[in-house]
Design a protein around this ligand. Structure first.
Ligand code: PLP
Length: 398
């Protein structure tokens, strides 16, 4: 057995089969590079699915986490700690509304679960969500997820969620018109990530804001994947200049440590009261120390660099044979392929030393560390081009 066979059989003998068997075991990383157990160097264009915003082993995160775990690792929600307040202050400042308040949890699914519960506390029942949207795998966040194949085995899910076609404001208006005073919230991703990096059409978020203002529903933006600088704005909704009532975050916030957050403003910030929601680990000092390191690093100059590097990566991708279109913003990009060879290209990429992901048969998703260098982008593009050539040859051979 090769080293990898050993790792794979150990995986299969110990872990539930929720993800299939991973093709590679990673053992270390630095910046945008990750190293496999056999020593293979990969340029990581996925960053743990948009999580390792500062790359692997960023010194600021290593220092913050090491110091915090050596000082105070956990306090529960019965005590205060300084890292959680610091993280809340930074997110509030980024959001720019004095009425904003934060709730911390441990993942994106949990953040949306909390937001769903918060919406119910308005006293209204209906929640509108997008077809093909993805909001998580807990029962509540799955209820918000517009993907029948993921929902079906777990039904009945929490009731009251209705779906509209992403981008179709008339469909949203028609749903709201059925009973406007019963709509608690409308939830959307600014760019649908898991479905294949599909940006909302220009004006869609603005239209949703108007509909929410008219009906009194909360506008809930899921920034779990798009937030914390991923798209070149701190929050992706800023691209349209709108202000949501509730924002959920996770992934890039902790730079690799598990943390999620719900930010709400105005009346929505007062809906949770003692006893209505909570989690033991929420606001954990170590996770918040990592978040603080991320939030201190992602300043406006950093965001400008994300936009510049995003354009460079998008241009390079568009020039590769087999890529029909590149969509997305900043360093959250989808390369739409001429042929349905994305899964084959992912496997070929691993052989060529580049990590990409295939959210669908014809789309490659790229969410590299935001700290990726120009040189790493150039090398990664060469490797992606080779992987796509390999995948196309494999398809011709079949
Ligand atoms: N919301 C969005 C937009 C996501 O992309 C994801 C995960 O991919 C989630 C929610 C769920 O996050 P988690 O996997 O941390 O529960």
């Amino acid at each position: 057995m090769t080293q990898s066979d050993t790792a794979q059989s150990a995986w299969n003998a110990t872990l539930m089969n929720t993800y299939g068997t991973p093709p590679v075991t990673l053992v270390s990383g630095k910046g945008a590079h990750a190293t496999g157990e056999d020593g293979t160097d990969y340029i990581d264009l996925l960053a743990g699915i948009a999580v390792n915003s500062l790359g692997h082993a960023h010194p600021a995160i290593v220092e913050a986490v090491s110091n915090q775990i050596g000082t105070l690792g956990h306090v529960s929600n019965l005590f205060g700690s300084t890292p959680v307040v610091a993280a809340a202050e930074k997110l509030k400042a980024r959001f720019g509304d004095e009425s904003a308040r934060l709730f911390f949890c441990n993942s994106g699914g949990e953040a949306n679960e909390a937001a769903f519960k918060l919406a119910r506390l308005t006293g209204r029942f209906r929640v509108l969500a997008a077809v093909h949207g993805f909001h998580g795998r807990t029962m509540g966040s799955l209820a918000l997820t517009g993907q029948p194949e993921k929902r079906a085995p777990f039904e009945p899910l929490p009731a009251g969620v209705e779906f509209f076609d992403y981008g179709d404001l008339d469909a949203v208006r028609a749903l709201v018109a059925e009973n406007p005073s019963e709509v608690a919230a409308i939830i959307v991703e600014p760019i649908q990530g898991e479905t294949g990096v599909i940006p909302a059409p220009e004006g869609f978020l603005t239209g949703l804001r108007e509909i929410c203002d008219e009906s009194g529903a909360l506008l809930l933006i899921d920034e779990v994947q798009t937030g914390i600088g991923r798209t070149g704005d701190f929050f992706a909704f800023q691209h349209e200049g709108i202000w949501p009532d509730v924002v959920t975050m996770a992934k890039g916030l902790g730079g690799g440590l598990p943390i999620g957050a719900v930010l709400a403003r105005g009346k929505a910030a007062e809906l949770f009261t003692p006893g209505s929601h909570g989690t033991t680990f929420g606001g954990n000092p170590v996770a918040c120390a990592a978040a603080n390191a991320v939030l201190d690093t992602i300043d406006d100059d950093f965001l400008a660099e994300v936009r510049r590097k995003g354009e460079k990566l998008a241009e390079g991708l568009a020039a590769i044979d087999g890529v029909r279109e590149v969509r997305g913003r900043g360093l959250m990009l989808g390369a739409v392929l001429d042929a349905p060879v994305a899964k084959e290209a992912v496997a070929a990429g691993l052989k060529r030393g580049v990590i990409v992901n295939a959210p669908s048969a014809s789309v490659l998703r790229l969410t590299p560390p935001l700290v990726i260098t120009d040189e790493e982008i150039d090398t990664a593009l060469e490797r992606v081009a080779l992987a796509l050539r390999d995948a196309a040859e494999q398809q011709e051979g079949n």
